[in-house]
Every structure is written in structure tokens, then in C-alpha cells.
Design a protein around this ligand. Structure first.
Ligand SMILES: Cc1cc2nc3c(=O)[nH]c(=O)nc-3n(C[C@H](O)[C@H](O)[C@H](O)COP(=O)(O)OP(=O)(O)OC[C@H]3O[C@@H](n4cnc5c(N)ncnc54)[C@H](O)[C@@H]3O)c2cc1C
Length: 430
């Protein structure tokens, strides 16, 4: 009997497997391990499941990834902008008011000067948090429209609990100062990021997969969990466990529990998420890269007239992802079900309109990746709901980790760290 059964062989499940000293079986429902960190080839282009650039704070994680890969990661200095009313504003918007038109600039400055002195707390509605942090102008021109697009959720119900590592918070003084002179401070968790030198982000999960000593069973989906008898049903067989580690989306885990307590079932209605559709496009240019994307890694689109919220340029982060005289893009739509044209004509029309593609560029590859559960919604009920669920699960030796297992807004570095810490905590063999 394995000590540990792991559901999912994404970066979290694989990292758990790597650091677990006890017997483990990892189930993966897809035919290839890697989850959202996979990459794939389409013709001569390599695409991720939307750009997966690795930002790392802890040098130990960088060393770990380089050890696994047997190669140095590329170090890339971020060049990201916001495409706002036809202008390029360096990221983050709030630290670069200098680049706005005069009317918008004055409105943003007035907004920050006139902020109401309200108590700021994690669980406050995002829109109130934004006004309290940055004022009405910055909220009106960037925070509100961009986050509305990204989250596809009522910003009065979304809380600010996710913002801490992701939204740079320069002081009011420095925001105003940077309205009058160019700012060269690099803000944010990803001002520098890392990327494998070839084969996309997927190189990391591929390398990790090869280093794991436990069984990783692909094409096997867990179907049912008899938590009272510590048994998992998967691929027509049953498996007993000491500990069950789930990285699959938390609502799916709850739905697989046999006869769950009613209070746990009731939690399901408090767990919601938004989806992302990523359109990957490989393009050959005639004369040169379109001006707007030269040197850029990604561009935010807060304006309503564009249906996508972000466009990234893979080939500017790693030239090996596209052949010569070509470039490759990821175009991200939130909750896009009804907005997408299967031939990608609309997407291309808007890319050309913004200047992300030249009119005479030739499309060589198009791949659509749907991520039905992409961003976990942070609302007032989330924290308490997770406490109730985890209390029940942990008492029954079921543990959750990963972006969707733990139901959080996380990233590769945190996924590795959390899975490692869980494995070390559960290791019987020390
Ligand atoms: C649009 C987008 C862009 C992102 N960009 C970045 C970025 O630039 N940098 C960064 O660090 N992070 C980024 N992330 C976050 C990153 O993708 C996640 O943090 C990471 O992939 C989470 O890994 P995971 O293993 O926890 O989950 P997953 O990758 O979702 O892995 C879970 C695995 O479980 C499997 N599974 C599910 N149910 C079952 C079942 N019943 N039985 C068996 N297997 C099952 C799935 O097939 C999957 O392989 C991004 C996320 C999104 C949505």
C-alpha cells in the first residue's frame, strides 16, 4: 500500500512526489504530466498554456530548478506596458502617470490627493480598496476596467485579499512625483523573471517528471474517494492510502467524496472561479517585428474596445520558441465562451488594430488552450469556507496543495515551496 496518493501531476503534484520519501502513486488524468505548466509544439513554434514566466524570490528555488534542468535558466528583465487609449504606459500604471494625456493625468493626481481616509483591510471590496489605495482616477482608468476584464466578476464582491504580492503599491508621494518625471523604479514581483533556455516552461515539468522515483500514472482520473475507509477509486481499481494529497480543483475533490458531511457539500456554492481562453499564435513577419511589441514581454489591455485583457510575446522572452523572422503571441480572454471566433479572425483584427501584428504578417500556427478553472474568486466567504473544508479534510488525512487544490492565486515558486513543505511534513521516513 502506498503511503501517499497524489491527485494530479502538475508542478505541485510532481514537486510533492520529488520531495516525498515515502511510497507514492501520482495519478494524472491527462496523457502527459505537467498540468498548466506544460508546453507544446505547433509546427515550428513552442507554446505554453499562456506565457508561464517564472518569478522567483527564494534563490533556493532557482537553484532547485537549475539542478533539475541541468541548465541555467534565462534571466529576463521585464518590459511590460499598458496599452491605454492608444498610448504605451510602462507597467505599473499607478507609478507611471507621466505617460498619460494631460486630462487623465490631472484626474489621477486629484484622485490620489482626495482619497478618503478609510481603514484598509484584506477583505474589503476590491473597488473600495483601489479607491482607498490609489484614488478615483487611477481606479477609473486602470484598476477598474482591467480587473473587470481579468476577473469577469463583480468588483464590489471581489475582495482585495489577492492583491498583496501582485499589485505594486507605491506611496502617494511617489505616484505624484512620477506624474511629472519619468520613473525608473522597477516595481512588482516579476520585474525580473526566469525561463528555461529552450522548450518553454514545460521543460521544467518534463525534467521534474524524469527525476521522480515514484509511479506517475497518466491517463488515470480519480473518480471517487471513500474517505471513511481511506480508499481512492481510479482507472477501474481501488487504492488504499495513509494520506491523500489533492492538487485538482477543490470543488472537484469535494464532488468526489463519497457521502460527504452536509456542511462540506454546502461549501461548494462558495467556491467559484473564472476561466481563461488563451489563443496562441505563431506569425511570420515580412520586414520587421511590429513596433508596439519590439522588446516587450507582455501588454495589458484595460480598454473595453479590445476583447482580450493581455497579450504576451513568447519569442521576446526566449527566441528559441519561434523560427527566424517570426514571433509568437499568447492572447488571453477571460470567460470567453461566447466571444471567440473559431477561425481567430476577430482576434487577428484586434491585434492588427492595436499594432501588435503588421497588416501583411502571415499566420503560421494557431492553438487555442482553454483553462476552465483559471482564477479562483476571492470573495468574503472564501477564507471561512476554506477553514471549514480543510479542517474536515485534514482530520481525515486528506491534504490540498497547489493553485487549485488550495484554492488560491499562486504561481510556480509557491506551488513548489508548498508541495515541498507538505511532503516534508508528511514524510514518515525522515
Ligand atoms: C492564464 C494563466 C497564466 C499563468 N501564468 C503564470 C506565470 O507566468 N508564472 C507562474 O509562476 N504561474 C503562472 N500561472 C499559474 C500556474 O499555472 C499555476 O500556479 C500552476 O500551474 C499550478 O500548478 P498545480 O500543479 O497546482 O495545478 P495544475 O497545473 O492545474 O495541475 C493539476 C493537475 O491535476 C490533474 N487532475 C485534475 N483532476 C484530476 C483527477 N481527478 N485525477 C487525476 N488527475 C487530475 C490535471 O490534469 C493537472 O495536470 C498562470 C496561470 C494561469 C491560469
Amino acid at each position: 500500500m502506498p503511503n501517499n496518493i497524489v491527485i494530479g501531476a502538475g508542478i505541485s503534484g510532481l514537486s510533492f512526489g520529488y520531495f516525498s520519501k515515502d511510497a507514492c502513486i501520482i495519478f494524472e488524468k491527462e496523457s502527459v504530466a505537467g498540468g498548466l505548466c506544460k508546453s507544446f509544439k505547433d509546427g515550428e513554434f513552442t507554446f505554453d498554456y499562456s506565457g508561464h514566466f517564472i518569478h522567483i524570490k527564494d534563490k533556493k528555488i532557482k537553484d532547485f530548478l537549475e539542478k533539475i534542468l541541468g541548465k541555467k535558466l534565462l534571466t529576463v528583465k521585464r518590459n511590460a506596458v499598458i496599452y491605454f487609449r492608444g498610448r504605451e504606459i510602462p507597467f505599473p500604471f499607478q507609478a507611471n502617470l507621466y505617460y498619460l494625456g494631460e486630462k487623465e493625468k490631472q484626474e489621477c493626481i486629484k484622485g490620489i490627493k482626495n482619497r478618503k481616509n478609510v481603514k484598509i483591510y484584506d477583505d474589503m471590496p476590491f473597488i473600495d480598496w483601489s479607491k482607498a489605495m490609489f484614488g478615483d482616477g487611477i481606479t477609473k482608468y486602470f484598476m477598474q476596467p482591467y480587473n473587470q476584464k481579468l476577473w469577469s466578476y463583480d468588483l464590489k464582491k471581489l475582495t482585495a485579499a489577492w492583491t498583496a504580492p501582485f499589485v505594486p503599491k507605491p506611496s502617494a508621494e511617489s505616484i505624484i512625483e512620477a506624474a511629472y518625471k519619468k520613473n525608473d523604479v522597477k516595481y512588482g514581483y516579476n520585474s525580473e523573471f526566469y525561463y528555461p533556455p529552450e522548450k518553454g516552461c514545460g521543460a521544467v515539468v518534463e525534467a521534474l517528471f524524469k527525476k521522480i522515483k515514484h509511479s506517475v500514472l497518466t491517463d488515470v482520473k480519480t473518480e471517487k474517494i471513500d474517505w471513511e475507509n481511506k480508499t481512492v477509486y481510479a482507472g477501474g481499481r481501488k487504492y488504499f492510502y495513509d494520506n491523500l494529497i489533492s492538487t485538482q480543483p477543490l470543488p472537484e475533490l469535494i464532488k468526489q467524496l463519497q457521502n460527504p458531511p452536509q456542511n462540506i457539500l454546502n461549501c461548494l456554492k462558495n467556491l467559484s472561479s473564472s476561466s481563461v481562453r488563451c489563443v496562441n499564435i505563431g506569425i511570420k513577419y515580412k520586414k520587421e517585428l511590429p513596433k508596439l511589441i519590439q522588446g516587450k514581454h507582455w501588454i495589458y489591455f484595460p480598454d473595453k474596445e479590445y476583447p482580450f485583457y493581455r497579450v504576451g510575446i513568447y519569442s521576446n522572452a526566449c527566441s528559441k520558441l519561434a523560427p527566424e523572422k517570426s514571433y509568437s503571441l499568447y492572447v488571453e480572454f477571460s470567460d470567453a465562451d461566447n466571444k471567440y471566433d473559431s477561425k481567430c479572425e476577430d482576434t487577428v483584427k484586434y491585434l492588427k488594430k492595436a499594432g501588435i501584428m503588421n497588416t501583411d504578417d502571415e499566420i503560421k500556427a494557431v492553438s487555442v488552450v482553454d483553462m476552465p478553472c483559471a482564477y479562483v474568486i476571492f470573495d468574503k466567504k472564501r477564507k471561512r469556507t476554506l477553514e471549514v473544508i480543510n479542517d474536515f479534510l485534514n482530520k481525515n488525512n486528506i491534504y490540498t496543495t497547489g493553485r487549485y487544490g488550495a484554492w488560491e492565486y499562486s504561481f510556480i515558486e509557491k506551488n513548489i515551496t508548498d508541495a515541498k513543505n507538505l511532503a516534508l511534513k508528511l514524510n514518515k521516513r525522515k
